[in-house]
Design a protein around this ligand. Structure first.
Ligand SMILES: [Zn+2]
Length: 235
């Protein structure tokens, strides 16, 4: 293999690793956002359930106060009852008492319904609390993992860029120029092996003369179709 090819292959390997790491780096903010989003959603679900529970409790308290007020009213009526002389007034007051007692019945039935709702809500709150705890633990681990990965990527990129600098300095300027242009336009490989007589880049068949050049020539051979630099790889 031509030394110039060997050097370009090393450079291409570093460039591909650099590109992969950069692509991974751009995905990190998305991953971080997804983690934060699931945490926020879990927290919102719990808040909503707690809010419902608070409203139910407030409803229940209000009903309790209503019952107490009615009971106080009944007690007051009963005191008045002993002081009344007229039978008509006495009967009217008894009617009022009966009405208040009936109202208490209605309110207490409603209160039972509200308490039942509250009982149903409690397991859901507990479940959501447990789920949120789990999400939080997972999110913390993910955050730490992404931070660690991010730092590793930066470190690796610095290392690879340094290596790249040395390789570029050491490369043949004309070959480097061709390589850089190809890498820019193809964005995957600039230099590819001939496999089963085909170009390793565009997979089209390479004429025997070009295969011969790539195998034995002293200058760089390019694929006629895609322009990538070819090298011979024994099969
Ligand atoms: Zn090709």
């Amino acid at each position: 293999m031509l030394p110039v090819i060997e050097k370009l292959l090393v450079l291409q390997d570093r460039d591909r690793r650099i590109a992969q790491l950069k692509a991974e780096r751009t995905r990190i903010p998305e991953q971080t956002a997804a983690t934060e989003q699931s945490l926020k959603a879990g927290s919102a679900r719990l808040d909503s359930l707690r809010d419902q529970a608070k409203h139910i409790e407030a409803d229940r308290k209000k009903l309790e106060i209503d019952v107490e007020a009615k009971r106080a009213q009944i007690a007051k009526y009963r005191t008045q009852l002993s002081l009344i002389k007229s039978n008509t007034e006495y009967q009217a007051l008894l009617k009022e008492i009966a009405k208040a007692e009936q109202e208490i019945d209605v309110i207490e039935t409603h209160e039972l319904e509200v308490m039942e709702k509250s009982d149903q809500l409690q397991p859901a709150v507990k479940q959501e609390q447990a789920a949120l705890k789990e999400i939080t633990v997972k999110a913390e681990a993910e955050r730490a993992e992404l931070q660690k990965r991010s730092a590793m990527i930066e470190q690796e990129l610095v290392k690879l860029q340094t290596e790249r600098g040395t390789l570029v300095q050491d490369a043949d300027p004309d070959a480097l120029y061709r390589y850089e242009r190809l890498m820019h336009s193809k964005s995957d490989f600039a230099i590819v092996p001939i496999r089963n007589g085909n170009c390793g880049g565009c997979h089209l068949n390479i004429p025997p003369q070009l295969v011969h050049n790539a195998k034995n020539g002293t200058t760089l051979t390019s694929c006629d179709y895609c322009g990538r630099i070819l090298y011979w790889q024994p099969e």
